[in-house]
Design a protein around this ligand. Sequence first.
Ligand SMILES: C[S@@+](CC[C@H](N)C(=O)[O-])C[C@H]1O[C@@H](n2cnc3c(N)ncnc32)[C@H](O)[C@@H]1O
Length: 285
Amino acid sequence: MRPPIHQLASADPSPWSDALSPSDGLPIRDSGPWIATKHRLLTYCAELFATGMQHKWRSRVYLELFSGPGKCVVRDTGKEAPGSPLKVINHLFTRFIFTEKNRAAAEALATRIEPYENSSRTEIWCGDCAEAVPHLHIPKGSLTFAFIDPTGIGHAPFALIEALHRKTQCDLLINIQHGMGIKMNIHQYTPDADEQSALTRFLGNDGWKRLPRHHPGDFFRGVLDLYKGQLDRLGFAFTGREVLIETQKRTPLYLLLFASKHERGKEFWEKSVKGVMHPELDFGL
Ligand SMILES: C[S@@+](CC[C@H](N)C(=O)[O-])C[C@H]1O[C@@H](n2cnc3c(N)ncnc32)[C@H](O)[C@@H]1O
């Protein structure tokens, strides 16, 4: 079944600016080879979550806020790979909710999900995820795994995390733009920046203005600690180790940060990190 697409006022009607897939002619995301690590961590953790919670929570929701078109191409090799939504669509969730701003990408995602059995459990919201979240109907008594995968810190303000926290009991896997988002833009983040500064919106406060800024790495670490403090304030007390995703030349790109209100969530994440980053430890599933 083709999943329904709910159109929002903020949907972006512009044509898809990346390539079209040679195999199905639909929009495709241009990615680096590091996408494989991000997807492996996501799928490992989402799988542990969905199976581990199967007998505890009847309603288990997978929610992805920046879904993309459901397929990517690795630019160095030209090889196509499924996007994150298709990586998790066979997992044991009872509901799948995707939000994607670009209309062509949302349509492509619907077409690509259609052949899967879980397509009947899927809905897509086309528009800004900040507009979508208040509209989502997540049944009471659900446990949600939320993957937040923006391309810049400006796309995922802390208000979005607060809205999710109000909407549903959830664990969060968040992509935090490290290099391009924070470190490389440190010159923009001066103490006279106003409250619309991307960093203030990302953190939900301007505590970053008091951080030492001599070294971009230390500044980033300080921002991350403030962000974790904000999560803790909402009850996400278990944040686990964050994983740095780098280019082949070891340029830092982004961090994957997991946050849960329960120790069990942190266990799932720690297992996933060992399983993906250190498979030689063979800890067993
Ligand atoms: C990093 S890509 C997603 C990649 C995908 N999660 C994957 O791993 O296959 C980010 C996507 O978010 C979409 N996007 C950007 N801003 C958005 C917003 N405010 N709300 C929803 N989607 C947005 C972009 O069109 C893009 O397709």
